[in-house]
Design a protein around this ligand. Structure first.
Ligand code: COA
Ligand code: AMP
Length: 630
């Protein structure tokens, strides 16, 4: 069967389709049904099954005789080191770490925060939690203490697993002081922290609370896999919404195992034993699904890469890793390819390596601009597949099912809806749009397995954010269209979320920080086009009456404040003082118009604008710093 038949079957008979896909998973108790309802308005997948995520990612491969196969390759150009772990070694290490967690009183359902850089121990930490049914929540290392504290308060972890430091080019990021500050700030306190000491910067341990990662494992019994219910949360992953409070996306265990396993062959076209590489970070959903769980559940070798596309040491790093480790399918964000293209426009670094192992490049995380796709196609000589998904879904909503049937690539489109996703374009009233017409992208319920059942501790917010605008549908927050061939095009977000270097950020969260500056009366943050990062945040601040300090001082303080409160990942480098913000007569800030002015695009004067002259002031302020040029 080709894509079209399979897709139709997945929508007409979701039960049959996902029961069949579930056969690839090792169950402690097989599900009697795939899809059901919980009686409180949620769809559930494999609710009556019992399963263990770690068993499926690790132990079952050892049991099947593949213990010698490489599970994880750590390639760290930033430290100049490489190492490999076989599935058997990974099993021993994960069982031991899980044993240490059990010895510290962590049991099924307890939350564990993981705050770690790109080292194999980060995956071991995730898998150790999965082994004992603890619910992990990985926090990206580029977030500041305050963001970590928000997550500690929300998911109330019993334990935190962290490394002493992370490594950014030219800078050692001391994680432990950030962790200590976050715990100090948070109302909830973890019982215990396990700290992985890295040679680049060892951390002081707080007696009683902190334990050395390895010492904590001394003398403890390795932990066995604990079967959990199909809907038991595997993890919580916080992502940006419109406000400063991040959304805790919950991932149910069984669905994510089944769905991720299905994608490895059908989308990424790898067979067990093949090397698969997603150059992302464990702190993002790509890291959860495609550095850790997906490839391991499917029996692939995964690469944990501690480096950057450029500068560690050069723009050939990606190609070296692919050639050296025999990577078959490679997944990264368009921004990373743009960074490489900028340094090596002719692709001369590529010629230094034998990339005959590489079958395809997969791009996601932000819009893949045609220039980047065409450049990559040309210099790599392999298909380049854009695919579209979100933290909420955990796997591809629209992509090219290359392992099932490679469909023709249309540049600008992430291709077609994947099985289980009934993607539709709706107008404001919720009516389906015709092919080629723009609208909100929504997915008819139920969503397939592996997608979010709810938000942690926030079911009302879940319903309001995703299920209310279009009853019977999941609202993706993206707008776009579907063409006559069923190809989807993603045009823009419908909310205040922006995408900076493939990182999803909330302008609302940045505005909350700026509003906290004592001299700021009012502010707006918008995402303007950026040639490297896709979008970059720019803040506009109006000062409190009577403030007459130098504007440069105030804007520098604003930049520092966002870095301190949200973190370097916000990449907030530009703030401007303006007299007034453009608004509608009802007081809504015209952010979309500000973006168009900054990008030098034509725009229609909003009919409801209060005072059009303010737009000229905004344009002048932007032109003074090099933006807003036609
Ligand atoms: N820990 C601490 N700080 C971090 C960090 C981490 N894990 N990751 C990033 N940062 C810091 C960076 O050092 C940088 O700090 P600076 O302002 O002091 O320079 C800041 O956060 C912004 O980082 P980033 O957006 O990564 O920009 P960059 O200029 O360092 O690199 C790219 C630009 C394009 C090379 C880089 O963004 C990249 O590789 N992107 C790929 C994105 C990706 O994998 N996305 C995941 C979704 S698939
Ligand atoms: P995240 O949850 O961080 O993965 O971000 C998800 C959002 O990133 C989506 O809702 C889109 O706005 C954007 N996005 C991800 N992949 C793509 C893509 N292939 N094309 C366009 N936008 C994308």
């Amino acid at each position: 069967m080709g894509y079209s038949e399979i897709y139709k079957a997945s929508l007409s008979d979701p039960e049959g389709f996902w029961r069949e896909a579930a056969q690839a998973i090792d169950w402690d108790r097989a599900p009697t049904r795939a899809l059901s309802h919980d009686g409180a308005g949620h769809y559930e997948w494999y609710a009556d099954a019992m399963v263990n995520g770690c068993y499926n990612a690790v132990d079952r491969h050892v049991a099947a005789g593949h213990g010698d196969r490489t599970a994880i390759i750590h390639d760290s150009p930033i430290t100049g080191t490489q190492s490999k772990l076989s599935y058997a070694e990974l099993q021993t290490r994960v069982a031991s770490l899980a044993g240490a967690l059990v010895a510290q009183g962590i049991t099924k359902g307890d939350r564990v925060i993981i705050y770690m850089p790109m080292v194999p121990e980060a995956l071991e930490a995730m898998l150790a939690c999965a082994r004992i049914g603890a619910v992990h929540s990985v926090v990206f290392g580029g977030f500041a203490a305050n963001e970590l504290a928000v997550r500690i308060n929300d998911c109330t972890p019993k334990a935190i697993l962290a490394a002493s430091c992370g490594l950014e080019p030219g800078r050692v990021v001391a994680y432990k002081p950030l962790l200590d500050a976050a715990i100090e700030m948070a109302a909830h306190k973890p019982d215990v922290c396990l700290i992985l000491q890295r040679a680049q910067l060892e951390a002081d341990l707080i007696p009683g609370r902190d334990h050395d990662w390895h010492a904590a494992q001394d003398g403890v019994a390795p932990a066995e896999c604990v079967p959990v219910e199909g809907m038991h949360p595997a993890y919580i992953l916080y992502t940006s919404g419109t406000t400063g409070a991040p959304k805790g996306v919950v991932r149910a265990t069984a669905g994510h195992l089944v769905a991720l396993n299905w994608t490895m062959k059908n989308i990424y076209d790898v067979d067990p034993g093949d090397v698969f590489w997603a150059a992302s970070d464990v702190g993002w959903v790509v890291g959860h699904s495609y550095i850790c769980y997906g490839p391991l559940v499917h029996g692939n070798t995964t690469i944990v890469f501690e480096g950057k596309p450029v500068g560690t040491p050069d723009a050939g790093t990606f190609w070296r890793v692919i050639a050296e480790h025999n990577v078959r399918s490679f997944f990264t964000a368009p921004t990373a390819i743009r960074a490489v293209k900028r340094e090596d426009p002719k692709g001369e670094e590529i010629a230094k390596y034998d990339l005959s192992c590489l079958r395809a490049l997969y791009l996601a995380g932000e819009r893949a601009d045609p220039d980047t796709i065409e450049w990559a196609q040309k210099v790599l000589g392999v298909p380049v597949y854009d695919h579209w998904w979100q933290t909420e879904t955990g796997w591809t909503i629209a992509g090219n099912p290359a392992g099932l049937e490679a469909l023709p690539v249309k540049i600008g489109s992430p291709t077609v809806a994947m099985p289980g996703y009934d993607v539709q374009i709706l107008d404001e009233a919720g009516h389906p749009q015709k092919p080629g017409e723009l609208g909100a992208i929504a997915i008819k319920l139920p969503l397939p397995p592996g997608t979010l059942p709810t938000l942690w501790n926030a079911d009302d917010r879940f319903r309001k954010s995703y299920l209310t605008t279009f009853p019977g549908y999941y609202e993706t927050g993206d707008a776009g269209m579907i063409d006559a061939d069923g190809y989807l095009y993603i045009m823009a977000r419908t909310d205040d979320v922006i995408n900076v270097a493939g990182h999803r950020l909330s302008t609302g969260a940045m505005e909350e920080v700026l509003a906290g500056h004592p001299d700021v009366a009012e502010c707006a943050v918008v995402g303007v086009s950026d040639a490297l990062k896709g979008q970059a945040p720019v803040g506009f601040v109006c000062l409190t009456k009577g403030v007459n300090r130098p504007h440069d001082d105030i804007t520098a303080e604003c930049v520092k404040l966002v870095r301190d409160k949200i973190g370097p990942v916000a990449a907030f480098k530009l703030a401007l003082v303006v007299d007034r913000l453009p608004k509608t007569r009802s007081g809504k800030i015209l952010r979309a118009t500000m973006v168009k002015i900054a990008d030098g695009e034509d725009f229609k004067l909003p009919a409801t604008i209060d005072d059009p002259a303010i737009l000229d002031e905004i344009r002048d302020a932007l032109q003074a710093i090099g933006y807003a040029r036609a």
